[in-house]
Design a protein around this ligand. Sequence first.
Ligand code: PLP
Length: 236
Amino acid sequence: MRAAFPTSEESDTLLAEAHVAAATFLGARDADEVVFGQNMTTLTFAVSRAIGRTLRAGDEIVVTRLDHDANVAPWLALEEERGAVVHWVEIRPDDCTLDMDSLERALGPRTRVVAVGLASNAVGTVSPVARIVEMAHDVGAWTYVDAVHAAPHLAIDAAALGPTSWFARRTSSRPATSASFTGGASCSTVWPPTRSGRPPASRPASGRRARSRVSRSPGCSDVRLPGVARSGVRRR
Ligand SMILES: Cc1ncc(COP(=O)(O)O)c(C=O)c1O
């Protein structure tokens, strides 16, 4: 795409419109924050590996026992690949909610990522993600939120959670699954592209809520990783 043929231009327009629709659905501020991938699992592996490149051995990642494996396995991979240390948040067996004391204990000065689900596909628990994001931000960590199960049932406002949190969700049911992903409003530092060597096409900044008509291609390609802000997170 991004060629001068009429079909390429039509495809670009369709893709741009899909970005705007997904951004509106997720509450992202800008359509450029949305990236489509084969499915949530694939996107999460791409994100974990990109984050992994910024980790040092001994940096810590927090995952939960309530999460689907798709939001656990990509982070566990960083134990072997990057020497990360993974901490588990336990479940309270009496009501199947996340044990927030266990989360508190899992967080520390070396926590870099907290991977959590908005709603559990196994038992339906809706986790207090806003509070979890706040706790993660307090220790300078990023948050990665799996909203696959929640998105069809709950209104999602990704932008409200700040620039260092991401949501991944499925946009249609199987077998035609795809996932969208938002990196928050102040994406500024772009990870190196992983698949295409071409720089993204330039486009004017979108409006606050990404509802405007789009006539240019999205700035973030769907086969590459989105820009990621480190601003707003206290780093040591
Ligand atoms: C809560 C949850 N997260 C993640 C996934 C994985 O999604 P995908 O099939 O898009 O990789 C599923 C799949 O059922 C799920 O229920």
